[in-house]
Write a protein that binds this ligand. Structure first.
Ligand code: PLP
Length: 427
């Protein structure tokens, strides 16, 4: 039983991305959390093998962050960044992020989350070219299997076909194969190199199935973009703040992007926050010239409490050396997931670049029974581990504080869950 008795509000709460016809009757209500553990409302304990939705990098219940948030609430509960008004945590966090980013003289534009960050980067790319007298540069490129959030631009940039909800979309968006530099350049030439504004790329594709780029792909893609004067936007919403063993994920591939979108791990989810790191070339028209204003922003972007959480989160990542720990853990996770590779339900194991991984179910086993993936995720949950249902795969991205023993527990639960479903369907 992975569901719980119907709760107050069950007829009112609409879950994102969820089949409500089923979920309204059967849901898991999480009540409490500590480090890599969460408890449901009946008191049952689970290993959080996904760090929430890939965000809780430092683990749950870090007193340093909780104290920073409560102290900030007492001092300045809210105040916007708008016009000439700022707040201290936002200034300090902008500095902390800028000084860690692989971008020259970086500026930081805060948002409320990752989808906002993508919309911001897309609008800023076009606004930049307009400010530079090139308003015809409007085309945005993205990759198959990409996920860039659910706002207007992010939906248009969705490389997961099922997520393209609500057409017609923002115009001038082109999709390119996710691992083919030649195809990227062809798409640029077909669109007209002088019409392309930006290329959006996740360092490791996350929601699209945890797909690492082939060796050299991102560096070659950045070189092609820069040769044609196109901005390279690294979407580091999942890959940042330790998930790939560094601050923004993209450093790992030797690319210096023009913009970086971030969210999730910036606060480890303790408060909602996102943003865009912007290189000085792109910022220049707006920072150096009086006649250009980027007329864009959200009320809660750079909220002082969220920024206080971000500052404390960076301190925890550093004081516990979690970036280095992530690099060690990615090997441990990859070894364990690969040990399951021969399971008859599985077609592929993807892991080894970053502390995240995915198991792909065999297409022939899914034929005629697409519910099989959910059944495996449910069976893993029965074993006390929360994994992520991702299309035809199962995803893992535990907090960076996980121990080897906890990864063993994760692997045992996954193995038992796979066996359970295999046995149930072999009769
Ligand atoms: N970009 C990427 C790569 C993501 O994985 C996500 C969310 O999962 C987003 C953007 C959107 O972020 P948010 O859900 O905070 O709006």
């Amino acid at each position: 039983m992975t569901g719980q008795p119907r709760a107050v509000g069950a007829d009112a709460l609409w879950h994102p991305f969820a089949p409500m016809q089923r979920v309204r009757h059967r849901k898991l209500t999480i009540s409490r959390a500590d480090d890599v553990w969460v408890w449901d409302s009946t008191g049952r304990k689970y290993l959080d093998a996904t760090a929430g939705l890939w965000y809780c990098n430092v683990g749950h219940g870090r007193h340093e962050i909780i104290d920073a948030v409560t102290n900030q609430l007492r001092k300045l509960d809210c105040y916007q960044i708008f016009n000439d008004i700022a707040n201290e945590p936002a200034l300090e966090l902008a500095h902390a992020i800028s000084s860690r980013a692989p971008v020259d003289n970086a500026k930081v534009f805060f948002t409320s989350g990752g989808s906002d960050a993508i919309d911001t980067a897309a609008k800023l790319a076009r606004a930049y070219f307009t400010a530079r007298g090139r308003p015809e540069r409007t085309v945005l490129l993205h990759r198959t299997h990409s996920y860039h959030g659910t706002h207007g631009h992010g939906t248009a940039l969705a490389g997961i076909p099922a997520n393209r909800v609500g057409a017609p979309f923002v115009g001038d968006v082109e999709q390119v194969p996710n691992d083919d530099v030649g195809a990227l350049e062809e798409a640029i030439l077909a669109a007209g190199p002088d019409r392309v504004a930006a290329f959006f790329a996740e360092p490791v594709l996350g929601a699209g199935g945890v797909v690492a780029p082939p060796d050299g792909f991102l560096r070659a893609a950045a070189e092609v973009c820069h040769r044609h004067g196109i901005l390279f936007v690294a979407d580091s919403v999942i890959c940042g703040f330790g998930r790939l063993g560094n601050w923004f994920g993209i450093e790992r591939f030797g690319v210096r992007p023009d913009m970086i979108t971030f969210a999730k791990g910036v606060t480890s989810g303790y408060q909602p926050l996102g943003g865009v790191v912007v290189g000085d070339d792109v910022a220049a028209p707006f920072w150096e010239e009086p006649n250009h204003i980027f007329r864009h922003g959200q009320t809660y972007a750079g909220h002082p409490v969220a920024c206080a959480a971000g500052l404390a989160n960076i301190e925890v990542l550093e004081s516990r050396e979690l970036l280095a720990q992530s690099l060690r853990l990615e090997i441990q996770l990859a070894e364990r997931l690969r040990s399951l590779a021969d399971h008859p339900l599985l077609a592929e194991v993807r892991a080894g670049v970053g502390f995240l991984g995915a198991l792909q179910l065999a297409p022939e086993r899914l034929a005629g029974q697409p519910e099989l993936v959910r059944l495996v995720v449910d069976a893993i949950r029965e074993e006390g581990v929360l994994a992520r249902l991702m299309g035809e795969g199962i995803g893992f991205s535990p907090p960076l504080t996980a121990t080897d023993d906890q990864l063993d527990q994760l692997t045992d639960a996954v193995c038992a869950g796979l066996d359970h479903v295999q046995t149930a369907f072999s009769h």
